[in-house]
Each structure stands twice: as C-alpha cells, then as structure tokens.
Design a protein around this ligand. Sequence first.
Ligand SMILES: Nc1ncnc2c1ncn2[C@@H]1O[C@H](COP(=O)(O)OP(=O)(O)OP(=O)(O)O)[C@@H](O)[C@H]1O
Ligand SMILES: [Zn+2]
Length: 465
Amino acid sequence: MSIQIFNTMSRQKEPFVTLEPGKVRMYVCGPTVYNYIHIGNARPVVVFDTVRRYLEYSGYQVSYVSNYTDVDDRLIRASKERGLSVPEIADQFIRAYEEDTDALNVMEATIHPRATRTMPEIIRFISQLVAKGFAYAVDGDVYFRTRKFADYGKLSHQSIDDLKSGARIEIDERKEDPLDFALWKKAKPGEINWSSPWGEGRPGWHIECSAMVEKYLGDTIDIHAGGTDLVFPHHENEIAQSEALHGQTMARYWMHNGHIQINHEKMSKSIGNVILVHDLVKKYDPQVIRFFILSVHYRHPINFSDELLTDAVQAFNRIKTAAYNLTHRLKDETVQKPDHAIEKIYRDRFAEAMDDDFNTANAEAVLFDIVRDANIALQDPDAPAGQLLAYRRVLYELSDVLGLKLNDSKAGILDKEVEALIERRQEARKAKDFKLADALRDQLSEAGIILEDTPQGVRWKRADQ
Ligand SMILES: Nc1ncnc2c1ncn2[C@@H]1O[C@H](COP(=O)(O)OP(=O)(O)OP(=O)(O)O)[C@@H](O)[C@H]1O
Ligand SMILES: [Zn+2]
C-alpha cells in the first residue's frame, strides 16, 4: 500500500502522489513568537515533524519549511507592555521555541523563514494582486477582493453567502465588502513599519505565508499543514491569495491536526488555559511528552490531563526498559547478524500503520508488540542472539522514525518523573481518592520505585540501589 493522506480539501484519504517523483515540498504554518509555546502549539510541530521523518524513512527527500510570524498586533502589544522592540521580543521567543522544540527532538526545518525578512517578496506579491484587480488600496491599507476569487470557501466547505451571513465580521466603511481581508495594514504613529507603495505599514498574517511558500517552495507544493483552527480563515485566505496570483493549485494535500483541549475547551493563549512546554519539561522527560502527543491520531482532539501524561511515563518506561534489557543481555555477544525475518514483521506492521494517514497511535502499538515479544524472548536463557538483536535493532529503528530517543544507558524512570507521580499521589490522597493513590503506588513499584511514608513526607528509593 502506498501512503494515504486525509486531505482537508476533499475530506477523504487520498493516495500520496508528489509533484516531482521522490521529492516532497512541505510547509507548516509556524508560531507567532510573542510568548512561549504551549503543549497545543507543540502538537503540530511534533506531528508534522513525524510526518516528515516517516516520508524520509520511506525514501522521499523532503524540503520542510516552517515560518516564524515575527510581526503582528500581539507582538506590537507585547513590545509596548515590556518596553522592548518587536525584534527583541521575536528573538527572545524564537530562542525559546528552538529550545523547547529541540527538547522534543524536532528536526531542524530545511528553512525557518521570518516574515520580517521576506518583506520585498510580500510587497511584490501584494502589488501583483492589486495589478490583477484582486486587491485594492484604501488610505494606506490594502484589502483582498474576496468575491473576485470564485473558489473562496472551498477548503472550509462554505459558500461565500454562508460565510457572509454566519461570519463575525466587523463593519468597516473602507472595505468594499465585509468579507475582504487585509493584505497590508497602515502603521499607527510610532509603530514598527516598512515602506511600501501604499505608505508605511506592515503585512497582514495571511499574505506572509503565501509569500514565503512561493519564495521557498514554489507556486504549487505537496503538503501544507497546521492546526485545524487555521482552516478558516487563514488557509482559505492563503489559497485565495496564491491561487488568484498564480492561477494554479497552491497545495495538493492539506493536513490539519486536532486540538489539545483542557476540560474540552481549546488550549489557547487568549483563553489563558495553557500549559507551557517550557514548564512541562521541568516535570516530565520531553521524550514522554512527544510519546504522549503521538499516542493519539493527529486528527483527533486530546483532552489534556496529568493522568494521561503519567500513563505515558509508565508506557514509555516499558519501552526504555525493554531496550535496556536487550542491550544488557547482548553486551557480551559477538553475533552481529540479526534475524531479518523478525525485523521485517514489525517494519511491515509499522508501515501499515503509518501509511494509513500517519496513524502514530497504531505505530506506537507496534513498539509495544516488539516489547512484549522481546520480553518473552528475554525470559528464555536459550533465546538466539540473532533474535534478540533483531528486536533491539527494530525497536530503535522504529522509535527513531517517531523521533523517540531511547536512551538505554540508564533504564527506567527519571527522578523528576518519580517526583511528578508522587506529587499526583499526594494530591489523590488529599482528595481522598485512595484508589488512584494506590494505583500510583503500584505504578511506581512496577517501575522499581519504593515509597516510604514518613512524618516528614514521602521518601523514595530505587529497588536496585
Ligand atoms: N490547542 C491547540 N491544539 C493543537 N494545535 C494548536 C492549538 N492551539 C494552537 N495550535 C496550533 O499551533 C500553531 C501555532 O499557532 P500560533 O502561534 O498562531 O498559536 P495561536 O493560534 O496563537 O495559539 P493560541 O490559540 O494559544 O493563541 C498553529 O498551527 C495552530 O493551529
Ligand atoms: Zn500560514
């Protein structure tokens, strides 16, 4: 079977066929860099990094572009509040983004363009839209003439008239039509700005992406991706701008990840219900966070809870422990030849899961199949080394495709994870949820952690120390 991708445009899975054989051009809408990223923002980063890794594993050469939106209203507001310039704020949070995504083992993008460094291309793009009659300038602003683009609404499956009646659109006297959206915004006094044929100003958010896609990947690309909140209006507007100008399909496959929610509400900076990656990595191994994000199919929502993360600690620990035990058992072996037939079984199952619209939940289940079978073999003192070596190799290989690092120099659970589990157990006891408290004690004991309740609090040690 070939790779199948669920395309938001057609609302169905389609066989993946690239524009150019063996090559993938992929663009993922990146963060607006005015704050730390939360676990919701981390989801598209991890998911599409995994898509990229799997495409490369399958033999494609991938050009992966992900932008930084480094100027917009929120950056301007943050700059005023903190008395720093917009580029200073952007630099700070680009660094923070790099740190967080490095921790999550996200591969470096082929190119990470910044909107503010793409200004000549953005201005030229807008000028060409004006020249073609798809945009008009009013008093220093420039708007896109939405109704002139006949396919508007095709990605979000809405007609222009539905949009008009349903939309929360501010009435703006200067626009010809309420559906028109800004390509260029006139600068307010003292605001950061760039010179343009329409005066000093800055670009709208949507046009940045159209210009960066065109500059770095071309008029038609293979995959365009982001969170599902970007379908409308962001991606709809990108399509309108790019297809109006180029007269050809902007992207062949549109992929959108579901949201991470808290209490069934989207995690979002504007609501304030966020859990920052920056904070979460202090409590959990970043590999566990990545494992957790991939444990659900990317299109499904995830209702975030500490409980899910502590389950992930436990589950990921089983994989690391098996990897450690295999390495330990094989360390005196001189046999170099793995049992290829065994490797193939799991590789095929893994490919079947990932070919089916990147079903990482099923792909992780294949890792657990390996762990289960390897643990059985490890119990057998006569298990052939070639078999154990195959388990070890395929476990590492497939974990690596998911971007999961199995550091087997030290088996098991990290100190900070033990502390997170203990903290949760204390909370459970305070809430008189003794069932959960006991379950957490069992979970820790399975991971080789012994708890001792003392008048000074909980002490813990490792069984093997
Ligand atoms: N709760 C979430 N779950 C999954 N993806 C999300 C979530 N919130 C934002 N995203 C995605 O994160 C990426 C970065 O977007 P951006 O920096 O513009 O965040 P944002 O939309 O401003 O976040 P917020 O909603 O918190 O303000 C986008 O692809 C967006 O779809
Ligand atoms: Zn975009």
